[in-house]
Design a protein around this ligand. Structure first.
Ligand SMILES: Nc1nc2c(ncn2[C@@H]2O[C@H](COP(=O)(O)OP(=O)(O)OP(=O)(O)O)[C@@H](O)[C@H]2O)c(=O)[nH]1
Ligand SMILES: [Mg+2]
Length: 331
């Protein structure tokens, strides 16, 4: 994938680089922000909370700086769910070893006690934090001022290097965030080649897109306990002509993926009446992947029931999810 440069150059001549964690409660717009900065979709976005389940890396290249963003799962009370506990651990772990943290809040909900609790667990003494106040398109500007003043004071020793109101959705002020980041990074190497914007394999992006479309099309009916695994992705024909009129040639690929649910009753929901849901998901994912990868794709989707997949370490790993909390004894 080709990178789209955003942000201005540093005033200094040195090349800077660093890792930047994007953290916050679920649904605050973290993944929307990352996609906007990169100008490409590397992280899926839905209206539901807890969409991102693993650490997603996205690289923004500017002439004098390489910013390696880590989008993280929303931090929430995981209860006794293995998957959720692992997701929250992934988010905190990602913040521990970065050069800068962007902490996201959704201005509609305001800053909650939960946010301060989370912030207190972040390495605020050693790592600069920007407070990103997102979704400002949803509130009037006069309402924003008192919130900014209050937050500017910080709390319990937690303070913010910058407070930036943005709309990740409309793009308002997103460039300002990107422009300010190099000021907090040190001179450093290019960690990734100029044309690389993520380290996620295409099969992972495909599995995530399938999950995103299921979220979108199933709405309230969506089984939360749902995972997707791409079983095969193979080249059928290289540089094939798509039709007689068109001289353009593309590679044709076959992909087979399985959607895993944990109850028999959910299988029918995912397939839909007469296969309608699965068909819509397949078409939407195929179109998006064809555009993203510049290929022609034949996509086959299957649905499988695997009881308690989200507590099974081997299965979690096979879906690319964090399983750091599970020992091999529990498999
Ligand atoms: N109005 C508005 N909606 C936004 C904005 N940013 C994100 N959203 C919406 O908020 C919802 C959640 O966005 P995501 O980017 O998935 O949020 P997230 O923080 O990555 O969520 P998790 O992965 O669940 O932690 C989606 O419906 C987005 O379209 C914004 O600036 N304004
Ligand atoms: Mg997300």
């Amino acid at each position: 994938m080709t990178a789209k440069n955003r942000g201005s150059q540093n005033s200094s001549e040195v090349f800077k680089s660093g890792y930047i964690a994007i953290a916050g409660r679920p649904n605050s717009g973290k993944s929307t922000f990352l996609n906007r900065v990169l100008g490409k979709k590397v992280a899926i976005v839905t209206h539901k909370a807890q969409t991102t389940r693993s650490k997603i890396l996205g690289v923004n290249h500017t002439p004098n700086c390489q910013m390696v963003f880590l989008d993280t799962p929303g931090i929430h009370d995981p209860g006794n769910s293995y998957l959720n506990t692992a997701m929250v651990k992934t988010a905190f772990d990602a913040c521990m070893d970065v050069d800068l943290i962007l902490y996201f809040i959704d201005i509609q909900g305001g800053v909650k006690e939960e946010d301060w609790d989370i912030l207190a667990k972040l390495p605020y003494k050693t790592t600069p934090i920007f407070l990103i106040i997102n979704k400002v398109d949803k509130i009037s500007k006069p309402k924003l001022m008192p919130v900014l003043q209050e937050l500017g004071r910080g709390r319990g020793g937690v303070g913010f290097k910058e407070l930036i109101p943005i709309s990740a959705l409309t793009g308002e002020n997103v460039d300002r965030v990107v422009d300010m980041i190099p000021g907090y990074l040190a001179e450093g190497p290019k960690y990734f080649p100029d044309d690389q914007i993520t380290d996620q394999p295409e099969t992972f992006i495909a599995a995530e897109l399938i999950r995103e479309k299921l979220f979108t099309f199933l709405q309230q009916e969506l089984p939360y306990s749902l995972a997707v695994r791409v079983d095969s992705f193979v080249l059928r024909e290289a540089k094939a002509k798509l039709d007689k009129q068109n001289s353009k040639t593309v590679d044709i690929w076959d992909m087979s993926a399985t959607i895993i649910v944990d109850r028999e009753s959910q299988k029918g929901i995912v397939i839909g009446k007469g296969g309608t849901v699965l068909k819509r998901v397949g078409t939407a994912v195929r179109k998006e992947l064809e555009e993203l990868l510049g290929i022609k794709l034949y996509l086959k989707l299957w649905v499988n029931v695997k009881k308690d997949w989200s507590t099974n370490s081997t299965l979690l790993r096979s879906f690319g999810y964090p399983d750091g909390l599970l020992t091999d004894d529990e498999e």
